[in-house]
Each structure stands twice: as C-alpha cells, then as structure tokens.
Design a protein around this ligand. Structure first.
Ligand code: BDR
Ligand code: CA
Length: 328
C-alpha cells in the first residue's frame, strides 16, 4: 500500500527578494503544496516594492489566483534598517526592470488575511515566513488565539551556531524586527527555524538555474536574470564551492523544502529568545541546557525547533527537480 503525502496549505509571508522568488516558484511547483496567499513585508526593499514584486512574480509564474495582501512597512519597535540593495538590487529583484503588474492586492492587511484564512480552516494552514516577522507578530496581536489554530510555522531566519549575515551574530530577517521575532518564538505554536546554520550549506549553482531556464524559458529566464545581482554579491563576499560554476545559498526555498522533506534536516529544541537591544541585537538565543532556570526572561517560554544540520545537496536537488518537473 502506498501512503499519500499530505498536501500543505501554505501562506508565505515574504519580502521579495531574489531568493524569495525562488521559494515562491518552488511552492507553486511542488505537488504537495497548495499556495493560498502571499503576505508582504518590508525587508529586502520597502513594502511597496516587495508587494509589487510579489504581484509581478505571480504573473510571471502564471499563478494570478494566489492572493496577495500587503503588510508592515516598518518594524514594531526599532528603526527600519536600510534595504540591502547591494544584495537584492534597488528594485529588490536584481534591477531587472519588471513590467508593472496588472494584478492587485487584496483589500485587507497581511495580518488580517492570515487571521481570516486560519480561522476559516483551523488546524490546516501552515505559515512559512521568509522575511522579517512583523506580520506574524501583528496577526498574533489581532487574534490572541491564533497560535493554537495554525498547523505549523516554518521560519527562515536566525542562526544558532553559524555567524550572522548582518552582524557577527544576527541574521537579516531577525535583526530587521527583533521584537517581532521574539514574539513569534514565544507564541507557543509548532515552529521550526531554518536559519543560516543550514541555509549556508544549501548551494544553488548557476548550472542548476541554467537547466531550469532551458526547460522553462520564460520562468527560468526570470529566475536567472533576477539572480545575477545576487550571484555577484555572493561571489564577492563568500568563498565559492566551484571555480567556474558560481553558487548562492538557498535561504528562503530551504524553508519550503523543510515543509515537504523534513527528514533532510537535523533539529535541536529548546526555549528561545531574540536579543532586542545592544551589540547582540537580532541574535537568536536557544536554551539547550535542559535545565529549568528560574529567570523571568526564560520562564514560560515554549520549546521551539531549530535546524542545525542539513543534507545540503539533497535539499538543493529537491528544489531543482521540483522546478524542472513542473509544467509551466
Ligand atoms: C534572508 O534575508 C533576506 O535577504 C533573504 O531574502 C532571506 O530571507 C537571509 O538572511
Ligand atoms: Ca526573504
């Protein structure tokens, strides 16, 4: 008897973002993912830009029926950091001058859309957050019972052991809104962090993207063109695995791969906090001691999972094969 893999009903909270686009393409292409909506947030660019990119991406990917709701334009309590145009380009998508989208946003905020979907289908929706966590924190504020009604939350963000990518300790999505990240990690829903410990070990090569482009000329061209700026950044700042075949870390798409292939990841668990001020601002801190510290800052914090190990080449192959197998 063959067992059927479950279909994951997914809302992606995103700041597209070059690697966000790759994650969205994977969600659309994977047979066990039903992508319901994208909710947008500031991060890789301002929120008007990330929203426009989400709408355009869905048009290029032939998925106009996926709803888009615009979310937060700034963090809960900190000042908004400058957008990393040196990584994602001024337009957030590698300066590729995309056409203005015809598709429009829903008449509700990102937080409202999340709350509405989850209450309509309690226990069925997975949230995959691949940008700063402001919208998820706002959704928890809007519906304090939300955490018990979400199936699971997967977050690309933070780092347990590996160095940060914005400061020596902090990853971009967490430092962009540390207070929101701390709220999301304290909400008590089933949550898994896919951070830099693993995403830096999932290398997506130009040869992979060239194969996707050959199979799907229009979608593949879009993914290839938008990633040129990203490849240049990683070539300049990080050691390359192969001399003539540049690669970038597959940050955001790895969170989606975790949803469908969790056995490719190794997890640790414990209560967690996100540092909200000082030189360690944005740092993910997990208590792996198995002790009960009677400290107000750690009491009553729920256990979360964080990935620390990954079968990198296999995760990348799941991504590439899924795109290749889809009929765009
Ligand atoms: C994360 O930050 C953004 O630049 C990427 O889109 C990804 O979500 C990686 O740290
Ligand atoms: Ca992102």
């Amino acid at each position: 008897m063959t067992t059927m893999s479950p279909t994951h009903k997914v809302i992606i909270d995103t700041d597209p973002g070059i690697d966000d686009v790759q994650a969205i393409a994977f969600a659309i292409a994977h047979k066990n993912i039903e992508l319901l909506a994208l909710t947008t947030v500031f991060g890789n660019a301002d929120v008007k830009t990330t929203t426009r990119n989400a709408l355009s991406t869905l048009e290029v990917l032939d998925s106009e029926s996926v709803q888009v709701a615009e979310g937060a334009e700034s963090p809960l309590s900190t000042n908004r950091l400058d957008a990393p145009d040196f990584v994602h380009g001024i337009d957030g998508l590698g300066n590729i001058a995309l056409a203005v989208p015809q598709k429009v946003v829903e008449n509700m905020s990102a937080a409202e859309l999340i709350v509405e979907y989850v209450n309509r289908q309690p226990g069925e929706i997975s949230l995959v957050a691949i940008g700063p966590l402001t919208n998820l924190a706002l959704a928890l504020e809007l519906d304090p019972g939300l955490a018990s009604k979400v199936k699971q939350v997967v977050v690309m963000g933070g780092t347990v052991i590996a160095p940060g990518n914005v400061t020596p300790l902090a990853e971009a999505n967490f430092i962009n809104d540390p207070h929101a990240a701390d709220i999301v990690l304290g909400a008590g829903w089933p949550i898994t962090i896919i951070g830099l410990d693993v995403t830096m070990k999932v290398s997506l090569f130009d040869s992979d993207l060239a194969n996707v482009r050959e199979k799907h000329p229009s979608v593949g061209e879009f993914i290839w063109n938008s990633s040129r700026h990203y490849v240049d950044f990683y070539k300049a700042h990080y050691p390359q695995e192969r001399e003539v075949d540049p690669s970038t870390p597959m940050h955001d798409a790895s969170a989606l791969v975790y949803l469908v292939e969790p056995s490719l990841f190794e997890l640790v668990s414990g209560p967690a906090r996100v540092i909200c001020e000082g030189i360690a601002i944005g740092q993910l801190a997990i208590d792996r001691s198995n002790r009960k510290f009677e400290l107000p800052d750690w009491e009553n914090r729920p256990t979360i999972n964080a990935a620390v190990g990954v079968q990198g080449p296999q995760v990348k192959d799941v991504f590439v094969d899924t795109l290749l197998d889809y009929s765009w």
